[in-house]
Design a protein. Structure first.
Length: 498
């Protein structure tokens, strides 16, 4: 681990992170205020406004909550509301230490988490990681993000299944390869010889029904300007043809992969988490598109859409562009979106010339991580989501990844940090950390049968931002293991780890 940190420190100068990490202006506020007052987290901003009683837009209306970002060309971003209404229940541990506030002398004596004395991280973590709930030989790594100093290491180089913490690696690879402003496009093209429109997916697994409706409306308008009132409808099945299942097979956690789907192929009204999935999301999306075209007054020939290749002379009629990749990645990490993670991994593989299949995705992400300078010892990428338990990461590599995302020389990677769920507030951590750690722990969760993981950042009682990673295997109870990891992360918030 020391060699890993030494190499990273010389290559990326993490001492500068305190001034320019980009998550917030001041190191002590990096996690406390960044999600709201720095205006970087749409989901948390909307929640903060709602808590303050201010009306907000929805995800699909083109206002603050829209996937396209809500602002028109040249418009300034919507100002973020104060964090106060959201964080107020936490008391002085958080709210009184936000920028622009003054803690009382008693608060200063008590410290951010109620413990003013510096504590050796080993004395805090060793007994917590010895908990039998964490299975056999759990691994842990902790560093100070300001200067890269290793603060704690336990089996840090042990190669283990990362579960969904690997999504941080997928995110970094996508941002590095495609750029934070990249958008996934869903298109409608016209085959003029057959007067057939073809719906072409671009990997936007979060495409909504309302966005598909807008695409149909623009298609109808474009057909009208050409004097075409009746068309056949097809859809492009993508290079792989039929939808391909993840290696775990049919599962409510992920839809069969295809570049064209609506709402992750869900068959219910949910937008996150496990749900019944379509066996053929592309065909279902195309069927919905046919119905929407008819509602727009277009006559559709034939009873349904069919898979069709896009001809070389096709004319583009309409296009929908997703939110920027930076926004998609924040959503993907916060909600642990398996479908988006796999789509982004495939986009990386294709962009790097390895094809858009599963193998190409794994090679592309691996190559991108190596390009970033991440030490790859013990790392084996097999998918983008972490659902395949044959994938491998180490806690050293996960912490190294977080340090890369905090590097001021790599601002494009910042969504890896800003997308982490906030303990007690957002995503997969919204109902965790009811006592210590809420608001100051931000971490990506990971859960498979017998595997539990947590990797992220935490602010300690001295205001330092620490990066940590915990990996476990052989756990008997997911709930007990999750609680044990939460206690360990929360304990870091209570120690002055200098």
């Amino acid at each position: 681990m020391r060699e890993t940190i030494r190499r990273h420190r010389s290559a990326h100068r993490p001492a500068a992170v305190a001034a320019a990490v980009g998550v917030a202006a001041a190191l002590g506020a990096i996690v406390l205020s960044g999600p709201w007052d720095a205006g970087q987290r749409e989901a948390e901003r909307v929640r903060a406004v709602a808590a303050a009683g201010t009306p907000t837009g929805s995800r699909d209306t083109g206002t603050t909550g829209d996937r396209s970002g809500g602002s028109g060309p040249g418009e300034e971003p919507v100002a973020a509301p104060s964090a106060g209404p959201v964080l107020d229940p936490l008391g002085p541990r958080v709210i009184d230490f936000l920028p622009g506030t003054e803690p009382t002398p008693a608060d200063r004596d008590r410290g951010v988490a109620g413990n003013p004395a510096p504590i050796d991280p080993a004395s805090v973590l060793d007994p917590l990681l010895d908990d039998p709930a964490l299975g056999t030989a759990p691994a842990a790594t902790v560093i100070d993000l300001a200067d890269g100093r290793p603060l704690y290491a336990r089996n840090g180089d042990r190669s283990m299944a990362p579960a969904s913490t690997v999504k941080a690696a997928t995110a970094a690879a996508a941002l590095h390869t495609l750029g934070p402003d990249h958008r996934l496009t869903t298109r409608v093209v016209l085959d003029p010889d057959r007067e057939r429109v073809i719906l072409v997916g671009g990997g936007d697994t979060g495409l909504t029904h309302r966005e598909l409706g807008r695409l149909a409306a623009r298609t109808a308008e474009a057909l009208g300007t050409r004097g075409i009132g009746a068309v056949g409808v097809g859809w492009d099945p993508g290079p792989g043809g039929a939808p391909s299942h993840h290696s775990i097979g049919v599962n409510h956690n992920i839809a069969p992969f295809t570049p064209l789907m609506v709402n992750g192929g869900r068959l219910d009204d949910s937008t996150t988490g496990p749900a019944p999935r379509s066996a053929d999301p592309a065909a279902d999306a195309a069927g919905a598109f046919v119905r929407l075209l008819k509602e727009e007054g277009v006559e559709v020939r034939g009873s349904s859409a069919a898979p069709r290749a896009v001809p070389g002379k096709a004319e583009e009629l309409a296009v929908h562009r997703s939110a920027p990749l930076s926004v998609l990645i924040e959503e993907m990490l916060t909600e642990s979106d398996n479908d988006m993670a796999e789509a982004l991994a495939r986009a990386v593989g294709e962009a790097r010339g390895h094809g858009d299949g599963r193998g190409g995705a794994a090679r592309g992400v691996t190559e991108a991580l190596a390009d970033l300078g991440l030490p790859m010892d013990g790392v084996r990428v097999v998918d983008g989501s972490g659902l395949d338990r044959s994938g491998r990461m180490t806690t050293d590599s996960l912490v190294g990844l977080l340090a890369l995302a905090a590097d001021p020389a790599r601002p494009e990677l910042r969504p890896v940090l800003t997308g982490l769920p906030v303990a007690g507030f957002t995503g997969t951590l919204d109902s965790r950390y009811p006592d210590v750690g809420a608001g100051v722990v931000r971490a990506k969760t990971g859960t498979l049968t017998g595997v539990n993981a947590l990797a992220g950042t935490v602010v300690d009682s001295d205001g330092r931002v620490l990066a940590f990673a915990f990996l476990t295997e052989g756990t008997a109870s997911a709930t007990a293991a999750q609680n044990a990891l939460d206690r360990a992360a929360a304990a870091l918030s209570r120690c002055g780890c200098g």
